[in-house]
Design a protein around this ligand. Structure first.
Ligand SMILES: [Zn+2]
Length: 104
C-alpha cells in the first residue's frame, strides 16, 4: 500500500475515521490521504484522536499508511501494556490512551 498524498482538511460533512471508526463531525479537522495499491486508489480519513495517539505513542505499522488491522492490534497491545481495559470500540481505547498520556 502506498501513500500518494495526505493533508489536513476540514470536514464539510460527517465522515468516519478509517482507524477508530468514530464519526468525524462536520467542521472538524481530519487527515485526508490518498492511498494506492495494485492499481486501486482510495481515500483514507484519519481523525485527530488517532493522529494524536499515533504521534504520542510513536505508532508505526508495516505499511505507509498502516492498515486498520495493524492499528487495532497496536492499540490493543498498548492498552494491555498500560493497564487500560480493552474495548470492542477502538475509539474508546484511543481516548483512554490519550487521557493517560495527558495525565503523566
Ligand atoms: Zn480515529
Amino acid at each position: 500500500m502506498d501513500l500518494l498524498s495526505s493533508m489536513m482538511v476540514k470536514a464539510r460533512k460527517e465522515h468516519s475515521c478509517g482507524y477508530c471508526q468514530r464519526t468525524i463531525a462536520k467542521g472538524e479537522q481530519y487527515e485526508y490521504a490518498n492511498c494506492a495499491d495494485e492499481g486501486y486508489v482510495w481515500a483514507w480519513k484519519t481523525c485527530r484522536d488517532c493522529l494524536e495517539v499515533i504521534d504520542l505513542y510513536n505508532i508505526t505499522g508495516d505499511g505507509d499508511p498502516m492498515s486498520y488491522e495493524d492499528f487495532v492490534d497496536i492499540i490493543v497491545d498498548l492498552c494491555k501494556e498500560h493497564g487500560i481495559p480493552t474495548d470492542d470500540d477502538t475509539s474508546v481505547m484511543v481516548k483512554a490512551l490519550l487521557a493517560r498520556k495527558m495525565d503523566s
